[in-house]
Design a protein. Sequence first.
Length: 216
Amino acid sequence: MNPEPAPLRKRGRPPQGDENAVPRETILSAALAAFASLGYEGFSSRKLARALGVSHGLLNVRFGTKDQLWYACVDWGLGELADRLTAIPATGPIEERFRQAVIRTLLTIDELPGLLQVVNQEGPIGGHRLGYLTDTIIAERHSLLEALIAEGVAAGRFRPVPARLIFLMVAHGGGTLFAMKPLAQRLDLIRTGDRAEMEAHAAEIADLMLQAVRAS
């Protein structure tokens, strides 16, 4: 039997009129975590509503169908990632801006592991949800790494490496350390998994990725 999401509010329905006060980001964060842990087929909006302490009808009214809720929480997660990446300076040494893009991607995965976990759920299945993820996350028009690598190549600082491959190596290679901490701890790759330790790991991975793209 699939586990239910852990309660985020006190049990029992909120007072009448208070349900709509539940922040949208609270619902979407909980939904993303539930889709990540249970998979699309195992996800239950009724269980999510129970964990949030709201009525099932509220989720239907605010987000529509299960499919629409999936898109909404994925968009929210991608928006959180985009906010962090757009904070990278547009000028300065290309090597350091590339490092910062890698570091911020990994630290976002650390804060929102459900985003990568959802990709891992959909990757072996295929279909329209995976298509949306790849079009949104990896597509050329949405990839900051693509632009940074192109700039580095034009300046003679980087080799002409496939940016999408680099993205996969960052997110699904280095990102495993952040999205699957129990595995990483079993392998003695991380100890406490606290912020300082994960920032240090993100910097180490960024340095490795910089070596992978840097011109000889």
